[in-house]
Design a protein around this ligand. Structure first.
Ligand code: UD1
Length: 420
């Protein structure tokens, strides 16, 4: 298991390029099996989660070829319908195979998903949505077995206890594009990856209206064709490097950072006193003391992303005064707090609030990543901390941040990957 050794306290300066979005690429990869033609997806990041999705496609019978950042998928022989536990357990997004297989073959057998340990993550909305389209769902030995050769359009509401569901919206969309008649998805997720999936599916010949709004109207079509598509830059990765500039009171040009995708994050960073400039497809971020505390509440897009909650908490831990962070999507997503406190932070969790009292300096310590975004937060804290921080279980971070240590080294960080 790899670890990062970080000698913190250096002001970071320079340029970092953002890779293609992990969360946008994953549903596109699996959606490509809805046609028999070749699809090509550009700007695909080299990430463990992308490898996992490619492996799932191969197990289903598709041919997958990644050269550089171009992914070519040949799905014509994709006739298997089981996504096995060994692959699915690694990543929650594997559950997308359910909707895509139903749309392609009318049957699917997909293991219950794994992914980050950030509290309960049910998939009831996925199953309700697919059932409304006429699929028969059974749970057998840890697998979801779905059958439905004659899916029909339906009126489906995907509102859950914490807002809409990204994954359920994606699954229902993929099954509905080939169902007979009209599907209306109410309270659909408006997240960027859903917008991208809808555009990708329309590029394949689907008929989806209302893209980017909470009401999606899908008129089923008989056949889809291949598509060539470029993945958007990863706004969650961009946010991490914006925070790297802020937490080291440095100055970084985030190349390929799209400010329009990051309005809520930019708004909060500016509120903290960080300078953020939209440079037409790039974002310039610079910070110097003193910074100000701020309150943050996570919310579905275009609200403040839950995936940036832990990274910005690391920053606020270094800002004098009291900041309150409220997590509304994953109420228990605070696994990183005890590790940040081991680095000298002063953070108290009460229910779904974290009260962050800024300290003058974090101090390096051995810490352990226990999930993807929380792991990134520990690296960010390590960049600002005195002396040495060792972040273990880097495999969590490798799921979603391409060559993080190389990108940070490029702006002057002292960070090294060690393999056991
Ligand atoms: C996606 C993102 C993840 C992000 C999350 C919220 C991908 C691959 N992952 O995850 O990075 O943190 O959106 O923006 O794009 N829920 C239910 N029932 C369901 C499904 C979800 O109650 O059937 C709840 C969840 O527990 C959670 C909330 O709804 O509280 C949102 O989850 P959801 O939008 O489904 O997240 P994911 O698609 O898993």
């Amino acid at each position: 298991m790899d670890k990062f050794v970080i000698k913190g306290g250096k002001r970071l300066e320079g340029e970092i390029s953002v890779s293609g979005s992990k969360n946008a690429a994953l549903p596109l990869i699996v959606a490509s099996i809805l046609s028999d033609d070749i699809s090509v997806i550009h700007n695909v990041a080299k990430l463990a989660d992308i490898d996992s999705m490619n492996q799932i496609l191969e197990v289903l019978g598709a041919k997958v070829q990644l050269s550089g950042t171009d992914l070519k998928i040949e799905p014509s022989n994709c006739d298997k319908f089981e996504a096995p536990y060994d692959l699915v357990r690694k990543m929650r997004a594997s559950v997308y195979a359910l909707g895509a297989l139903l749309g392609r073959l009318g049957r699917a057998r997909v293991s219950f998903p794994g992914g980050c340990v950030i509290g309960t993550r049910p998939i009831d909305l996925h199953l309700i949505g697919l059932e409304k389209l006429g699929a028969k769902i059974e749970i057998e030995h840890g697998y979801i077995v779905a059958t439905g050769n004659d899916l029909r359009g339906a009126d489906i509401d995907l509102m859950g206890p914490h807002g809409s569901s990204v994954g359920a919206t994606a699954n229902v969309m993929m099954a509905a594009v080939r169902a007979e008649g009209k599907t209306i998805i109410r309270n659909a997720s408006c997240e960027l990856q859903i917008v991208e999936l809808a555009r990708f599916l329309n590029g394949m010949g689907a008929n989806i209206e209302g893209i980017g709004t909470p009401v999606l109207i899908i008129n089923g079509v008989k056949k889809l064709h291949g598509v060539e598509y470029t993945v958007i830059p990863d706004q969650i990765e961009a946010a991490a490097y914006m925070i790297a500039a802020a937490i080291t009171r440095g100055s970084i040009l985030i190349k390929n950072g799209i400010a329009a995708h990051l309005e809520a994050v930019i708004d909060k960073l500016r509120g903290i006193g960080v300078e953020v400039e939209d440079k037409n497809g790039h974002i310039m971020v610079s910070a110097k003391d003193p910074l100000k505390p701020i309150d943050i509440r996570t919310a579905p897009y275009p609200g403040f992303p839950t995936d940036v909650q832990s990274p910005i908490m690391a920053l606020l831990a270094t800002v004098d005064g009291i900041s309150v962070i409220t997590e509304t999507i994953y109420l228990e997503r605070f696994m990183h707090v005890s590790e940040l406190n081991r680095m000298g932070a002063n953070i108290k969790v009460e229910g779904n609030f974290a009260v962050v009292k800024g300290v003058p300096r974090l101090s390096g310590a051995p810490v352990m990543a226990s999930e993807l975004r929380g792991g990134a937060a520990l690296v960010l804290a390590g960049l600002a901390a005195e002396n040495q921080t060792v972040v273990s279980r880097v495999y969590h971070i490798d799921r979603g941040y391409e060559h993080m240590e190389q990108k940070l080294t490029g702006v002057g960080a002292n960070i090294e990957r060690l393999s056991d």
